[in-house]
Design a protein around this ligand. Structure first.
Ligand code: GLN
Length: 270
């Protein structure tokens, strides 16, 4: 008898949940998404010193692959996107304190970051790059950096990887542009940073060379970028993933990829 009663209770709870979720359009509830839709604006954070992913154009406006990708994701959510700039190293902290609701910053999905945030499905794959001036240094592999001074951006995977090579002096900079400036001025020997960003920079600095690096100190350096959201709202991550897949499905992703990387995407987010 007791069992039947709890069975009935269970059935009505399940029915209530089903009806409520049907009314809500079947999507799980996201407080973040609700607030964004109410405001009509998706507030997001990035560090626009990372061309071609995010940078400030000649008209002083943020642009780049990530910027246009987030704009397209926002459009799928029925809102516009507004970017707030901050140093890369502080972006996840600012996300946590609700300064914005999403971070898109060529950010590699790492286990340490996954402890703090939820990442979307990966949207880009990158190798690491070593950039240097061949008239001043001979470098063909990561081990050749031993005894040299290397510039990195604070808190990035480049920073972490460069420190894994014993005997390398690592100078950390708040943004990668300051590191590349010191490289051009001969104050440091090399820059360790995401390969696509190195090649974009070297394309306007022909005196520099970039080596495509997939391992450092025996560790795989293939990086998958993800869009970060707060850990307490998995339903928002689902919504971002769905919007991202919609942006892939309608061809926008491939168009943006060709625009910023000059080739067809070798990998489609899925
Ligand atoms: N992909 C690198 C990282 O996540 C660098 C990102 C960046 O500097 N914007 O650490």
């Amino acid at each position: 008898m007791k069992r039947t009663v709890s069975g009935h209770v269970l059935v009505s709870v399940i029915l209530t949940v089903l009806v409520v979720s049907m009314l809500a359009g079947c999507a799980p509830k996201s407080a973040t998404l609700d607030a964004i839709k109410k405001a009509g604006v998706l507030e997001w954070g990035s560090d626009p010193t990372f061309e071609p992913f995010e940078f400030i154009d000649a008209n002083n406006k943020p642009t780049g692959f990530d910027v246009e990708l987030v704009n397209a994701i926002a459009a799928k959510l029925g809102v516009t996107a507004h970017m707030t700039s901050g140093a890369f190293d502080g972006l996840l902290m600012a996300l946590d304190t609700h300064k914005f609701d999403l971070v898109c910053a060529a950010m590699t999905i790492t286990p340490a970051r996954q402890e703090k945030v939820l990442f979307s499905i990966p949207y880009y794959r990158a190798d690491m790059g070593i950039m240097f001036d061949p008239s001043k240094n001979t470098i063909s592999k990561p081990e050749d950096l031993v005894g040299k001074t290397v510039g990195v951006q604070t808190g990035t995977t480049g920073d972490i990887s460069a420190r894994k090579i014993a005997g390398v002096k690592v100078n950390s900079y708040p943004d990668i542009q300051l590191a590349t400036l010191d490289l051009v001025n001969g104050k440091i020997d090399a820059v360790v940073n995401d390969y696509p960003v190195c090649t974009a920079y070297a394309s306007t600095h022909p005196e520099l060379k970039v080596i495509d690096t997939t391992t450092i100190a025996g560790e795989d350096l293939t990086q998958l970028y993800g869009i970060a959201v707060r850990k307490d709202d998995p339903a928002f991550k689902e919504a971002v993933d769905k919007a991202l897949l919609d942006v892939v499905a309608d061809g926008t992703y491939a168009t943006l990829y060709r625009k910023y990387f000059f080739v067809d995407p070798p990998y489609l987010p899925k």
